[in-house]
Write a protein that binds this ligand. Structure first.
Ligand SMILES: N=c1c2ncn([C@@H]3O[C@H](COP(=O)(O)OP(=O)(O)OP(=O)(O)O)[C@@H](O)[C@H]3O)c2ncn1[C@@H]1O[C@H](COP(=O)(O)O)[C@@H](O)[C@H]1O
Length: 107
């Protein structure tokens, strides 16, 4: 597939210079973090509900909404998708269980 999260993040960034009358992304960015965070939270909860209900089509839709709103939230804080991917890549050096155990030993 040629469409990637990178393409979507770039599209969202490009909307910064667009008009709010033609771009939903721009209306969100203009509205600010409380609105963006609220939308992200709503979409995340709707994703959880779709997963719990086992509704495959709803889960695909809500996951897409969640990814989109997360990328808008990152853009609003000037955090690039690459910043997040670098952190995920760093984590591949260790399994989640090993990381959890190391954290437990420190606490
Ligand atoms: N992927 C998305 C995307 N996913 C969801 N949404 C919007 O997110 C909103 C989801 O909120 P709701 O379901 O609660 O619907 P709503 O009641 O209309 O939303 P609100 O009025 O409460 O904000 C809807 O308006 C959707 O259209 C998205 N809007 C944009 N994109 C992507 O961003 C690109 C740029 O969009 P514009 O900035 O609008 O040109 C698009 O081409 C798409 O690729």
């Amino acid at each position: 597939m040629s469409f990637t999260l990178d393409s979507l993040a770039a599209l969202i960034k490009s909307r910064r210079n667009d008009s709010a009358s033609t771009s939903y992304t721009k209306t969100l960015l203009d509205a600010g973090m409380p609105r963006i965070a609220k939308k992200f939270g709503e979409e995340a909860v709707e994703t959880v509900i779709a997963a719990m209900e086992g509704d495959r089509s709803a889960l695909v839709n809500e996951a897409a909404d969640t990814f989109y709103h997360l990328l808008v939230m990152l853009e609003a804080r000037d955090i690039s998708l690459d910043d997040v991917l670098r952190e995920l890549e760093r984590r591949t050096k260790q399994s989640g269980l090993a990381e959890k155990a190391a954290r437990g030993a420190k606490e």
